[in-house]
Every structure is written in C-alpha cells, then in structure tokens.
Design a protein around this ligand. Structure first.
Ligand code: BGC
Length: 640
C-alpha cells in the first residue's frame, strides 16, 4: 500500500459515522456557518454562481475560506482535523470575483483550436483562484453540445468530441499541475451527455444509444481521467428517462470501474432532489449508485440524518460510505491539502497583486484574438485602415458585462457600464426560500473591473471614433465605415435555452431564485420569464440589431458586424446587410483583442468548432447524414 492509501486507511479508522457523513456533505455558503462546519464535520463548502462574500474582493474570499478552513481544522475529542475543500464555478476565469480576468467562454476557445493556449488559460485561472484562498473549481465543462438551442452551448468547446477530448486533459493539467502552491483541484462536468438532451433542453433527457454515448460523450472523460482529474460532477439531465444522479451503471460501472476514476464524484446543485418521491429515498439511491459528495442548499441537515439512518439500517452498506469518504480523503491527500497552510497564509493569498494582473490579461487578450471567426469579408474590407473615419454602434459595443456572458460576477451575468440596470448577487436571508443566485440590483457588486469593452479597444487604436449605440449618429459625410457590435445578452443554465414553451416541468428550478427575483435590468421575475427565446433567429431574438445595421447601411455607410453570442444563430439577414461579419462569441473582459485583429495587427484565424445553421429547423453536426449547414464545421475566412 502506498503512503497515501495508508494515511487514508488510518484516518478512516478513526472516523465516527457522524464524521464520515459530514465529510460527504457540501452545503452552499449561504446555508452554513464555520461553527456548523465543525459541529457537523463538513467536508466541503461551495459558492454557487454569484454567491459571494462581503464586497466580493479577493481579500473577502480569503477571509471567508480561512474561517471555514480553521473550523474544519480544530481538533478535539469530538472533531478530527480534516481540511475543508472550497469549490467555486471558475469556468472562464475566477469570474465570481470582482476584478478577475474573464476569458472567452469555451465555445470561443474551441474556435481558437490551440491546446497550448488552453493549458495556459487554466494555469492563469488556477492562480487567480489560489489568490482568493480557494482550492477547487467546477471546471472544465467537457460537454459535447449537439443542439444549439441548449443555453449552455457556450460552455462547450465543440460539437466534435475530438476537440473536447484534446482540450480536457490540457485544462486539467493547467489547473492541477504538480498540486503546488499555484494549483487547484479540477472537476470535469457534467457526467455525462449534458450536451445531448432532446431539443437541447437544459437538464432534459438524452435519448441516445449506448454506442452514441460512448462514441461522442464519454471520450472527454476518458481523456481527463487519464490526465489525473481529481473530481467529476454528475449531470442534472437523464439518460433515457433515468436521472444521471441515480445512475449506477454510469457512475459506478462506467466512470469508476471502466474508466478507472479513483477521485470523487460530486452531485450537481440539489441534484438528488428529484430522483424519488421522498428526499430520503433520493439520498439513499444516489449514494448507492456511486455518488461520493453531495452539493446541497437548504436540506443538508436532513440529508445527513437520512444517510446516518440508512447506514445504520444497512440499506446503505458501510463499505459504500467508506468508499465515498476514502475517495474524498484521497483527493485531499493527493492535492496536499493536509500540508498546506491556512488559506490566509498561502503563497498566492499573500501576493494577490497577481489577481487580474496585466500578465494574466495578456493571455485572455490572446485568446480573444485567436477565437474570432470571420464568416464574410466582401471586397476585403477587413482589416480596416487605421486612418478610416469610424462609427461604432450596436448594443454590445460598449458593454463589458454583455461581452463576458453568463457566470460572470452574477449567475446569469451582468449588464455592465450602466450601473442603473446592473444586477448581481447580494446577501440573502438564509431562512428564505431563495438559495444563491439572487439577482438584486446593486451598483457596487456589478462592475466588471478592468479590461476593455470592444469600443474602448477600438478607440485605443483609432482615437476619436464616434460611439452611437443605436447608430443614429451615422453620417456619410463623417464616417467611412461603421463597426456594429450586436448579438446576444448574457444568460446561463436553464434561462439560456431557446425553445417553445416555458421552463420544463420537473426542472431543478428551485435553485435559481424565488418567484420574485428578476434578471439584471428586467422587471419580469425569472420564474415567469421562461427561456431566452423561441427560435434561433437573431432578428427575432434581437430585432434591434438588424434595425441598427439597416439604419446605417441605408445611409450608404458600409457595416462591419461583430457578433457576441454563445451559440451559432441564424443570421441570414444580418449577414446580407454586412460587408464583413465576425463572430466574437462571449470574448470576456479583454475586448482589446477584437481591435488587435480587425485593424490587422494580428491575423484572423478562428475556425468554427460548431456547424452554422441556415434555418432554425436544422441541427447539423459534423458527421451527420446529408450534412449541409450554411457554414460547415472548420469554416473561417482569413485575410489575404
Ligand atoms: C450547475 C453547475 C455548477 C453548480 C454550482 C449548477 O447549477 O449546473 O455547473 O457547477 O450549479 O454553482
């Protein structure tokens, strides 16, 4: 037995039932105090998207994690010192935290097709996480998104498992590396087939064969496990109507036995809630299926009672509970958590000037440059001449919040540069029915600190460009060309879906908000709001965009369109009206990268990692029969 396995066995032998069950429980920070961490022997705490301490500075995060950690390390007759592990959604940078560098969402990184860059992005992300005293991120998402109606398409690198499988191990390596002071624990998610649900419904059902599951959705996990990923998160979706959270074949037989995964498996946000009619049954079913750690909001004390009761009665074999605890301890030992100083005294906590540093921003800016995909360039209008007289227009031209997309400061993203209508997390009453992702209006917490909007980036290269969001200032006597930045506004899971009808029944929507909470800048409560739209047509989702473009072209000024989006959209009308058309995805905080490319200082090199639709009713993926998208997988024009 190697030394880590020996340490695990010795520690396990000392643990009581209470201590074991606490170790597998992960409450959300709004629902648990440091005192309770000790009292219930809690193994982990998390922050949901937008759930942040204090004023949301790195120092606030260090202080919070330090308190939880200290509680977990107090040793006395009743309590063993086992360091807590804190988890966050650092999915495109450590973006819950104000001032973090925000990288392009995964869909843009897929277009960049640069595995070395992926590893560097992950390494920077790890440093920005470590600089907040945190040890674990629920990233990378290795979904292979097969239907662009899915609101999480932007979290996917590609519809093609090859890119995802190539990136997954590199991202894991960049995060975990040597488990040293600048590294964090990675978590591949959401196991498995989250990108395969029918109609792209978030948390829906994937109706596919075992063969297709293995060919398309399992390979990225195989690659990540081989690269030593320490944790895996299970999907809230179902496979042929059976929820993944209770799926023994998927979790135990495939992931643990077949792929040989020896780290721990974590449930997603309140993911066991809907497995069975009773919560007790759900908890038993999931643990017995192979789940090791449980991410829970309000019901974690109930969960602990049910698990203890059912271990005592024998419905949950003690070996299963022991296996779960051993896996968690294995990760903590492998990562060296027992030897690390308290969060406030770790190397990067003490050097948090690296947080949001210029060096980190340069990596994000490079990623922006490499992710841009050019779909049209009539008369070689791009790259633009720096002497041209330029008008910049469009609702996404000067809005860092919009260009960052979801999972940035707030769960569903923010509308920045306009404090009036910015939304972000504020502390909530933990007694209320509102778990994390509360979206109250708050100016101070909403800002994307640092970085540049796309207009700011352009203006730095060509000073004195005119900014006119609705394009009304367009004047052929004053402007040779207009750059119009259009597209989607931020969204995240569930609310980002595009489909007819409201949020599907049975969806895990309780996690989002109460019936009163609203999205940034909107009056309609989230729960009444439903999905992002009904069809993939941009002119229906955002009629203001084509209106802005036409108001400019009607004056005879040529338009270069830059589109912010989290998925391929049907943009035939906008394409037709534009001389050039560039897809920028959700580029993140470093809008300067767009100017780097459109003025020709750098080449344009991104290639589609998703097939591009002509109509809404088609959903081509590379390799499909009669494949005939508007722009095929791999398309992307270059400068001559
Ligand atoms: C999402 C996960 C995320 C978790 C914690 C869930 O709703 O599906 O991707 O890691 O919340 O915020």
């Amino acid at each position: 037995m190697d030394s880590i396995e020996k340490k695990i066995s010795e520690l396990l032998k000392k643990m009581t039932l209470d201590q074991k069950v606490g170790q597998i429980t992960q409450p959300e920070r709004q629902f648990v105090t440091p005192q309770e961490v000790k009292e219930y022997h809690i193994g982990s705490v998390l922050s949901g998207g937008g759930s942040v301490p204090g004023d949301n500075t790195p120092a606030d995060w260090i202080k919070m994690n330090d308190e939880y950690w200290a509680a977990s390390m107090e040793a006395d007759d009743n309590h063993l010192a086992i360091p807590l592990i804190y988890g966050v959604d650092a999915i495109h940078g450590n973006t819950n935290v104000k001032g973090a560098v925000v990288f392009p969402h995964n869909i843009g990184l897929g277009a960049a097709h640069d595995p070395d860059l992926i590893e560097r992005i992950a390494a920077v992300t790890a440093r920005e996480i470590a600089a907040t005293g945190v040890e674990w991120t629920f990233a990378p998402t290795v979904a292979v998104a097969r239907n662009s109606h899915w609101g999480r398409t932007y979290e996917s690198y590609s519809e093609d498992p090859r890119i995802v499988s190539e990136y997954a191990p590199r991202f894991v390596k960049g995060l975990q590396g040597d488990f040293g002071e600048e590294k964090v624990v990675a978590c591949v998610k959401h196991f498995v087939g989250d990108g395969a649900t029918t109609h792209g419904i978030d948390q829906g059902d994937m109706n596919i064969s075992d063969e297709e599951l293995r060919r398309i959705h399992i390979p990225p996990y195989r690659a990540a496990v081989k690269a030593g990923v320490l944790t895996v998160m299970v999907s809230l979706s179902s496979w042929n109507m059976e929820k993944c959270h209770g799926h023994k074949y998927l979790i135990t037989d495939i992931l643990k036995k077949e792929l040989g995964f020896d780290g721990f498996v974590i449930s997603d946000w309140d993911g066991i809630d809907y497995l069975a009619d009773s919560y007790e049954e759900s908890a038993v079913m999931s643990l017995n299926a192979g789940m090791d750690m449980f991410m829970i909001t309000g019901r974690w004390k109930e969960f602990i009672e049910y698990i203890k009761k059912n271990v005592k009665s024998g419905r949950i074999p003690m070996e299963r509970l022991d296996d779960a605890v051993k896996r968690i301890l294995r990760v903590k030992f492998k990562f060296g958590l027992f030897d690390k100083p308290r969060p406030a005294e770790r190397k990067l906590s003490l050097q948090n000037s690296i947080f949001g540093s210029l060096e980190h921003r340069e990596v994000a800016r490079e990623a922006v440059r490499k992710s841009l995909v050019m779909l049209k360039n009539d008369d070689d209008i791009l790259p633009l001449n720096k002497n041209a007289r330029i008008l910049v227009a469009g609702k996404n031209a000067h809005n860092r919040g919009h260009q960052c997309g979801g999972f940035t400061v707030a769960w569903q993203g923010v509308n920045d540069n306009d404090p009036e209508i910015s939304g972000s997390y504020t502390e909530t009453d933990t007694e209320s029915a509102s778990p994390r992702k509360n979206l109250n209006i708050s100016e101070t917490n909403s800002l994307i600190l640092g970085g540049t909007s796309i207009w700011e980036g352009i203006n730095r290269v060509v000073p004195n460009t005119d900014l006119s969001i609705d394009g009304s200032a367009a004047d052929p006597d004053k402007h040779d060309v207009a750059i119009v930045v259009i597209g989607e506004t931020p969204y995240a899971e569930m609310l980002g879906d595009i489909r007819v009808g409201g949020l599907a029944k049975g969806l895990n929507i309780s996690k989002g908000s109460t019936s009163e909470d609203t999205l940034p800048g909107e009056d309609i409560p989230i729960m009444k709001k439903g999905p992002y739209g009904t069809h993939l047509y941009l002119h229906e989702l955002h009629p203001e965009d084509i209106a802005t473009i036409k108001s400019i072209t009607s004056k005879g000024i040529p338009v270069v369109t830059i589109m912010i989006c989290g998925r391929p959209l049907v943009v035939n009308q906008e394409l037709e009206q534009s001389k050039a058309f560039v897809v920028a995805w959700f580029p993140g905080s470093e809008g300067q990268g767009v100017a780097d490319v459109i003025f020709g200082d750098y080449p344009i090199q991104g290639k589609l990692s998703f097939s591009w639709p002509r109509y809404d009713d088609e959903n081509w993926n590379l390799g499909d029969k009669d494949y005939n998208p508007l722009f095929p997988y791999g398309f992307g024009l270059e400068y001559k």
